[in-house]
Design a protein around this ligand. Sequence first.
Ligand SMILES: Cc1cc2nc3c(=O)[nH]c(=O)nc-3n(C[C@H](O)[C@H](O)[C@H](O)COP(=O)(O)OP(=O)(O)OC[C@H]3O[C@@H](n4cnc5c(N)ncnc54)[C@H](O)[C@@H]3O)c2cc1C
Length: 351
Amino acid sequence: MPALGIVISNGTYRRTPRSATTTVPTHEFDIAIIGGGPAGLTAALYAGRNRERAVLLEGKAPGGQLLNTELIEDYPGFLSILGGELATVMEEQAAHFGTQLVRTEVKAVKMLPGGMKLVETYDGDYLAPAVIITAGGNPRKLGVPGEEEFAGRGVSYCAVCDGAFFKDVHLAVAGGGDAAVEEALFLTRYASKVTIIHRRKEFRAQPILLDEARKHPKIEFMVDTIIESIDGGEKVNHLSLRNLDTERRSVLDVGGIFIFIGFIPNTQLVDAHIDHDKAGYYKTDPMTMMTNIPGIFAAGDVRSQLTRQITTAVGDATTATIAASKWIEDWRRGHDDTPPELVEATLHGAV
Ligand SMILES: Cc1cc2nc3c(=O)[nH]c(=O)nc-3n(C[C@H](O)[C@H](O)[C@H](O)COP(=O)(O)OP(=O)(O)OC[C@H]3O[C@@H](n4cnc5c(N)ncnc54)[C@H](O)[C@@H]3O)c2cc1C
């Protein structure tokens, strides 16, 4: 790796020797991938195999949400596999084709004149014309006793992923938005009964969904009710509840609880100038996964889309990496479609 540095002044940049006092240590690549979950590891695999000089920057351990997942039954090629095992083989395969995997947290991404991007981390900076953001996100937590302890043992945040593990079981769903009601309806395919527990009387969910749920013979509602704790032995077997109107406490016997009170995408590091939807997810071109910023792509759970699964993350990342390679070729031929006002805006802060 050549020892490079960069100086940014008056909207221009140039490389300088690392020893220069005004410089920041910088490594240069073709593609910088931010995040090492299924999307990031797939991007790393494709970039390495396509002979791009690529780096994957992951703040924690590679694997992303796979590391919070027990058993996976919906990833093609495996009848079932543990999340940790899938993370390990994906990481090995990503590294096998030459992409550098670096453990460091990204602080910000800045646009430079000419189409280059500067990716700032706590351990130095990275330069690349193409950046693929695969920073994922996290389900919002209830924050009650038992939630962490029983994660994967009756506490779930994904009906499509885990519903099939709960055949003929009474389930609870926490939440009052579209996601909670939609997922409760989905869970009726498996569960003997689904109780939707909501802290208010009013629901944010669309009336049409609520009507469907209210008419469903397997669904019942508990409103004005909060979950004080999630309890059980080996697995969840009941919830301790409190009615906010009457202050009455009760116990609900359930075999599992699905929590849908929101999902927080990790979009803060490159936020203001990337178009996003109401919930904060990056909007991307469906053909290329490119955001509104030329050369910045997004894949997986950070992206605005219908569903968030391992398979969709992997698919997005495949498209994003192939599109990034093509974009770089164009860019090398001298085609730079970066709006100057974006460069101006981002030189003084995160994109
Ligand atoms: C409990 C649970 C169970 C699930 N079960 C299933 C299942 O059975 N089947 C299924 O298909 N899907 C399942 N999902 C969904 C699936 O895990 C996600 O859709 C998938 O992991 C998304 O992949 P991703 O790479 O986009 O994001 P993530 O997996 O979230 O990975 C993002 C990565 O980016 C890193 N990162 C974030 N910010 C930075 C930064 N600033 N700098 C560097 N790195 C950063 C994070 O540390 C993380 O490793 C489950 C999700 C959860 C929460």
